[in-house]
Design a protein around this ligand. Structure first.
Ligand code: SF4
Length: 365
């Protein structure tokens, strides 16, 4: 039945036949208006790759600072030094929070912040050493490729040197943030002061080559064009073919409130749910041969839309966000628990599994 339905879309036929999709194929998918068929095809491929399970991890999100030398137009989180609500966590505060995370059942800490102009490499090394000393089994997923690139410029150490030292200090993996959209036409319009797309890719490739796996994100739903989305997915695919270092893709829906893009009236409303689902499905179809996991960031979608996204190619829920200052700054809900995620998955007839950072199954429910 799926075969009959997709006969009007060459790219979908190719995807279902297991062929690699080109840029033009990607554009055909973005312009294809039968969302039901698109979603069904993506779901079909999801099923072949990961079966009926939906995974999630117990992750504790911690932002060590909101002070940032950049001023991305899509960001509601950053502050400048001296701002009333600017903060940087002390080593003691970090240890206290990590201790709470452990008590809450977290198996990993997800640590990101702004580009702090005064923190040296020793701040990050000390942070990781102290976490590992007190909680050796807790996985540290920390510092985006954009942060690593900034620290490299600030400290005048090579990216390889920084990553090697952080790995020695306890860094297990890296989050996918800062990827935004790689295309040079759009990136400066949403991420002023951040590294270029190519610099992000080069930095993460260095990490992968050192054995540090990572996630990768894609920020959509602002002022991008369809070709920027496809370009982003193709660049992820090309790097993944070389390193196999990406663990999952997390499409991130642009959150409007309190951002410069909103204040300048460049974006007046968040994108539609139809576009959210199209992004999930197209991500699955474009990356089908190189990446098993497409994550659904339920914090931005809400639980009901997240359930639909899981039926349009998504296979993982990110995450058990015990704390998430970035989305809170833009007025999003954050509280969740493993039980909530389990219920969310069971409600759509799928099998919930708790995973670790690297998608090893820890618990079935
Ligand atoms: S997105 Fe990150 S780099 Fe950009 S302003 Fe916000 S905290 Fe800074």
């Amino acid at each position: 039945m799926l075969d009959q339905l997709v006969s009007d879309c060459n790219a979908l036929d190719k995807a279902l036949a297991g062929q690699e999709l080109s840029f033009d194929d990607g554009m055909e998918l973005m312009n294809y208006d039968n969302l039901h068929v698109l979603g069904a095809a993506a779901d079909h491929i999801r099923k072949k790759l990961v079966g009926n399970q939906v995974s999630f991890t117990a992750s504790y999100y911690m932002n060590y600072t909101n002070v940032c030398a950049a001023s991305c137009q899509m960001c509601a989180f950053y502050r400048k030094e001296g701002d009333e609500d600017a903060y940087t966590l002390s080593p003691e505060q970090i240890q206290q929070r990590v201790g709470i995370a452990k008590q809450m059942g977290a198996t990993e800490v997800h640590i990101v912040g702004g580009f702090h102009p005064k923190l040296g490499l020793d701040y990050y090394e000390d942070m990781m050493r102290a976490i590992k000393k007190n909680h050796p089994d807790l996985k540290i997923k920390a510092l985006t490729a954009a942060e690593i690139f900034f620290i490299s410029k600030l400290t005048k150490n090579s990216i390889k040197e920084i990553l090697s030292r952080l790995k020695d200090a306890g860094l297990d993996s890296m989050p996918g943030g800062g990827a935004e959209l790689f295309h040079p036409e759009i990136r400066p319009k949403i991420a002023r002061g951040k590294c270029t797309g190519q610099e992000w890719l080069d930095t993460i490739e260095e990490a992968h080559n050192l054995g540090i796996k990572s996630n990768v994100t894609m920020l959509y739903g602002h002022i991008e064009k369809q070709e920027h989305v496809i370009d982003h997915l193709l660049k992820i695919r090309e790097l993944q073919k070389r390193t196999r270092g990406f663990i999952t893709l997390i499409p991130l829906k642009f959150s409007l409130d309190n951002t410069e893009l909103e204040q300048e009236h460049l974006v007046n409303s968040e994108c539609s749910s139809v576009y959210d689902l199209k992004i999930t499905a197209v991500s699955r179809l474009m990356l089908a041969n190189v990446l098993n996991n497409i994550s659904v960031y339920w914090v931005a979608y809400g639980k009901k839309l997240a359930q639909v996204a899981l039926s349009n190619g998504g296979s993982d829920l990110v995450g058990t966000a015990f704390s998430e200052e970035v989305y809170r700054a833009a007025g999003k809900p954050t509280a969740s628990s493993i039980h909530d995620l389990e219920v969310m998955v069971k409600e759509i007839g799928r099998d919930p599994v708790q995973r670790d950072t690297f998608f090893n199954v820890l618990n079935k429910f």
